[in-house]
Design a binder for this molecule. Structure first.
Ligand SMILES: NC(=O)c1ccc[n+]([C@@H]2O[C@H](COP(=O)([O-])OP(=O)(O)OC[C@H]3O[C@@H](n4cnc5c(N)ncnc54)[C@H](OP(=O)(O)O)[C@@H]3O)[C@@H](O)[C@H]2O)c1
Length: 346
């Protein structure tokens, strides 16, 4: 299938281009971005930041405006537009009949829009049928979560059966999570910034939707409390999180390790091209670390360590995930593979 990427020149857009090189099912055919880039060849418009060369196939593609009439023969659209812009542009694409898989925040919490980590809540893709019926169109919007919510829900999902009551999370988030021009070097180097605008609210709301239950064409939020505190740290790629969980009952470390080890979702069962082991547990006392562990499972696995009891009914652990792969482009591609495998993309 031919694929279009909106905001293809940014940090996440580049990851899509990189990860789609040689993909067995999808081929990049349209690259769109802002006025700054429109009309230029991708190789001229894009300041390539990744550690593999820009794929030859995309170098000469001329960047277009993010309008439905420019999407050519694309079978669907990946969107990594800035949040505030994404809502209306993605809506226009869906109206024009395109399936949109979005990394942006603009549409994530809408009642009829799925918010997906494929291993965690693939059943929420049922909302696509709700959208199609409601608006009488083939096009739809399906979204991916914030990059720090993805590893959190991955770790929590297999533990939901023990009655999670409350989750506290402190994040240490990489610079690439803010985009290429996101954090000034004078703020970033040798420093920690204890504030990321809007991030805590995103984790606290998105996690409840993703861990919720699809009933009667709606998602009922999970009845848990999530409290987040977010920090920007001088790491290039990889969000690390210290997580504290309180359950309704006592749960042993051994039980939790067993749940994480066995955890898999539809992507693993269907052997989708981008599926890797969902959770990898490191037993060393000083892991996971972004520099050593961020590329586990080609950047698609959530790496967990330091699991320990924190008093009766409580545990704590550390998790790590690649923010532009599992937290962004990789998650989006896996999401698209699942939709394709289920016949939803046509
Ligand atoms: N970075 C991450 O780890 C991460 C993870 C999850 C989600 N996200 C989300 O993904 C989105 C993109 O983030 P990013 O990190 O890739 O940002 P970025 O590196 O700052 O890139 C911004 C992109 O948006 C494009 N753009 C800006 N204004 C536009 C306009 N008016 N019309 C069309 N395109 C426009 C830019 O195109 P030009 O180059 O032409 O200006 C560029 O491609 C955001 O919504 C972000 O919240 C990011």
């Amino acid at each position: 299938m031919k694929v279009a990427i909106l905001a293809a020149t940014g940090s996440v857009g580049q990851r899509f281009v990189q990860l789609l090189e040689g993909h067995p099912w999808f081929e990049v055919s349209v690259l769109a971005a802002s006025e700054r880039s429109v009309g230029k060849k991708y190789s001229e418009a894009c300041h390539w930041l990744l550690d593999t060369p820009m794929p030859d196939k995309v170098k000469d593609i001329v960047v277009v405006d993010c309008k439905p009439e420019n999407m050519g023969g694309a079978g669907f659209v990946f969107s990594c537009l800035p949040g505030e812009l994404a809502g209306p542009v993605e809506e226009e694409m869906a109206k024009a009949g395109y399936p949109v898989i979005s990394k942006a925040s603009g549409n994530r919490l809408k009642e009829d829009v799925p918010l997906i980590v494929s291993e965690v809540n693939s059943e929420h893709l049922g909302l696509i049928e709700v959208q199609r019926k409601k608006y009488g169109r083939k096009g739809f919007i399906s979204t991916d979560p914030n990059c720090s919510t993805a590893p959190l829900v991955m770790c929590l999902k297999p533990l939901m059966k023990y009655g999670i009551k409350r989750v506290h999370v402190a994040t240490m988030q990489a610079l690439s999570g803010a985009g290429y021009l996101g954090v000034a070097s004078m703020d970033a180097v040798g420093n920690v910034v204890p504030y990321i605008g809007g991030e805590e609210e995103k984790i606290e709301t998105e996690a409840l939707k993703m861990l919720g239950t699809l009933k009667g064409g709606k998602v009922e939020n999970a009845p848990i409390v999530v409290s987040a505190s977010c920090n920007r740290v001088p790491v290039i790629d990889g969000h690390t999180e210290s997580v504290f969980v309180e359950f309704a009952q006592d749960v042993s470390v051994e039980q939790i390790l067993k749940e994480w080890e066995a955890f898999e979702g539809e992507p693993q069962k269907l052997k989708l091209p981008s599926a890797h082991k969902a959770i990898v547990y490191r037993t060393e006392p000083n892991r996971p670390q972004p520099r050593l562990d961020v590329m586990e499972g080609k950047g698609m696995s959530t790496v967990v360590g330091r699991l320990r009891k924190d008093g009766p009914n409580r545990i704590k652990f550390t998790c790590l995930s690649h923010n532009t792969i599992r937290g962004a482009a990789g998650n989006g591609i896996l999401h698209a593979e699942l939709l394709k495998a289920k016949g939803v993309l046509g």
